[in-house]
Design a protein around this ligand. Sequence first.
Ligand SMILES: Nc1ncnc2c1ncn2[C@@H]1O[C@H](COP(=O)(O)OP(=O)(O)OP(=O)(O)O)[C@@H](O)[C@H]1O
Length: 634
Amino acid sequence: DEDETLAKDALLKFIAELSNNNSTLILGTNSGWNSTSDPCEDNWLGVTCNSKTVSVEKIILDGYNFTGTFDANTICNVESIADTLFFLSLKNDLLQGENMDSIDKCKHLTHLFLGGNRFSGSLSQSFSRLNNLKKLDISNNELSGILPDLSRISGLMEFKAQNNQLSGEIPEFDFSNFVAFNVSFNNFSGLIPPEGDQFPISSYIDNPLLCGAPLATKCSSLPEEADSGDNKPKRSLSRDEILMFSGYILIGLALVLVILLCVYRKRKQKQKKKELSLEAMKKVAAFDHDSDMITITSMDQSKKGASNSGFSSAAISSDESNTAVSQSLVVLTSPEVNNGLRFENLLKAPAELLGRGKHGSVYKVMCDNPKMTLAVKRIKDWSISGSEFKKRMQKLDQIRHPNVLPAVAFYSSRQEKLLVYEYQNNGSLLQHLQGIQTGQTFHWSSRLSIAAGVADALAFMHQELQHDGIPHGNLKSSNILLNKNMEPRISEYGLMSSTEISTIQNQTQFASSSNVFPITDENAEPLFKADIYAFGVILLELLTGKVQNNGLELASWVVSVLREEWTVEVFDRTLIQEVASEERMVNLLQVAVKCVNHSPEARPSINQVALMITTIRDEDDRSIDVSASTSTII
Ligand SMILES: Nc1ncnc2c1ncn2[C@@H]1O[C@H](COP(=O)(O)OP(=O)(O)OP(=O)(O)O)[C@@H](O)[C@H]1O
C-alpha cells in the first residue's frame, strides 16, 4: 500500500511538472489524474497497468504540448514505478528534460519515445545503460554533442534521432537486429558503421561530414570536401558554436602534427625492419598451413615429433602398442565400412580440422580404404568409463532413424574417445543460418521440412531410449547436418557427459543424492525436457534467421518481443517476403515458444511437438498444391 501511495504521488508530481500545474486544463476533467483516485483502478488517461500485479507498465502521453519539464528523478527514483515501467512515450509535448542522468534507474524500459520536445544539451550517458531498450526515439529535439555509446545496448532494434544538432561519429551499432534507423538532419561525421547501408539515404541525409554507403560521399574525400566549404550548411553560427569549432580546429591541427610525426618515424622503422618482417611472415604462413591441413602420422613419426596435429597425437598418446590400438577400433554395423576400415587407415589418411566444440575437435578425414570421407570427433576427458561408453555406443547403434547420423566406428582409451561418422557434404544447419546474413536464400519449405525431420527423429529416439535414459544432450544447429538432398541428420546423439547431466538435473531440482550413471527412469525426465528446449531454440533460429550465441539469448529476445505483440518483428525478413501465409509461421512460432518454456514440466512432449509440426507441414504442402493447380487453371 505504501508503494502504491508513493507511485501515485510520484505520478501526480510527474504530470504537474509536465504540464506546469495545468494538467486538468490540458488532459480534461475526466482524465482521472487526481489525488482522490487510483492510477490503475481508475484507468488514468495514458496509464496502463499490469492486471495481475496492479503496477504501472506503460505511460503514453503523446501530443499534448505540455511545454513543462520531464524530470527523470520524479518517476525513475520511485522503485514501485521503475521496477515495472517498460513503455514511456512523451512524443510531441514540447518538454524540456531535467535530471536525465537518472533515466537508467527506469531500467526495465524497452520503449522510450521522447521525439518532438525541447530536450537540449548532450544526451546523458545514462541512456546507454538502459540495457533492455528496444526502441529509442529522441528525434526533433535540440540535442547536441556526441551520443553516448548506445551500441552497448545489444537488443536495440530502432533508433530515431533525426532533426537535432548531434555531432561526432555514429556509434558502432550492430545493425543486424535493427528494423528502423534515422539520424538525418544532424551534424554527424565520419564513416557510417558497417551494414548501416541497409537503411535508405533518407536515414542519413543532411549530415555534411558523414560519409560511406549508402551516401554518395566517399570517405577518403571527406576532409577536402569539408574544407572547401561548398557543401557546408548555410546557417549562421552561434558564439558557442564558433568557440566549439575553433577548439576542434586547434585539436585537429595538433592531431595532424602528431600523425605526421608518427608516419615519419614509422617509415624509418619500416625500412629497417623490412627483412625481419618478411621472415616473420614466412613463419606465419608455415604455421597456418600446419594447423589447417594435417596428415595423421604413424606412431614412429609422431615419436620423432613430426606432426603437431591434435588428432595424430590423440591417437598416439594412448600408451597401447600399435596393434592394440588397431584392435580397439570398434567398427559398427555399417555395410559400407564394415569391410576394411582399420585404425591404421584412419591414421594414415589426410585430415583437416573442421572445428573445436566444447566436447573436443572434429576432423574431416579422407580415407582411401574403404574410399570414403569421414568426420572423426575426438573427445577428451569424458568422464565415462570405457565399458559404459562401449555399451552406450552399441545401444545407440541398434536404434536407427533416417534423420539421425549413426556412428560408423568408435575407439576408446582412458584419456580420449574417438567417434567416426560419415562426412555430410552439405554442412550444418548453423552454416545455412549464417548464410542468410550474407544474402543466401534459405527457403521456408526447406526450413519447415528440416524442422519436421528433426522432430520426427527426436520423437523416435526419445521413445526408444527413454528407458536407457539417453537423450541427445547437446542439440543445436551445428549438430544438425544436411545430406546431399538437404535432409537433416542429427549428429552426436547421446554424447552427454555425467557432469552435464548433473547440471541439468540440479537446475530442474530433480537431483538425487547420486548424480552419476546409471540414469534411471525417474531422474532422466529433465534431460529429455532439456532436448525439447534445445529443439525450441532451433525452431526459433529457423523462424528468426538469427543464431543463438553468447551475445543473443534467442528465447528471451523472442519472448520479450512477443510480449509486446510485435509478432511480425520476430520473423526473418526474407521469410515474410517469401511465405504466402503468415499463419503457418505463427503456428510454428507457437510450437517453439511452448518448447522454450522456462518450466520443464510445461514443455510439450516431443510426440506432441512432432505432431504439431507435421500438421503445419501438411497444411503448407496442401497450400502449395492448391496454388499450383490454381495457376494451371488460370
Ligand atoms: N559428420 C560431419 N560431417 C560434416 N561436418 C561435420 C560432421 N560432424 C561435425 N561437423 C562439423 O564440424 C564442426 C565442428 O563440430 P563440433 O561438434 O566440434 O562443434 P560443435 O557442434 O560446435 O561443438 P560441440 O558439439 O562439441 O558442442 C561443426 O561445424 C560441425 O557442423
